[in-house]
Ligand binder design. Structure first.
Ligand SMILES: [Zn+2]
Length: 116
């Protein structure tokens, strides 16, 4: 169950895939030109896209590394420790609610004027 990590790996691979057009992803580039969508990435535009892709892949791989480290650290903690340290909702025991209600009834009864 590492869909977030898997996605990161796939995205990094996708942006660095120079074997196909980064715009339509349907055809290989022929000297920087896509025969499917017609984009021209032969000059500065192509170099800029590759630079941006390299930076994006580097960031995605760093994200992957951090996620894997966090996932491994989580796996190293025994399940019982995780369960006991989890935030528990503030629970009010039913008994204390019943005691409070009973005390309120007594107070109201004492405050009532005598009906005779
Ligand atoms: Zn294309």
């Amino acid at each position: 169950m590492t869909a977030g990590i898997d996605w990161t790996v796939q995205a990094a691979d996708f942006v660095l895939d120079t074997g196909r057009c980064p715009v339509c992803a349907e055809a290989a580039l022929d000297q920087g030109h896509c025969l499917a969508c017609g984009v021209d990435l032969s000059g500065t535009a192509g170099r800029d896209v590759l630079d941006a892709s390299t930076a994006a892949a580097r960031a995605l791989r760093e994200r992957e590394r951090l996620l894997r480290a966090a996932h491994l650290a989580r796996a190293a903690v025994p399940h019982t420790v995780r369960a006991s340290s989890a935030v528990q909702p503030a629970a009010q025991p039913a008994a204390s609610v019943a005691v409070a209600a009973s005390a309120a009834r007594r107070r109201r009864a004492q405050e009532r004027p005598c009906s005779r």
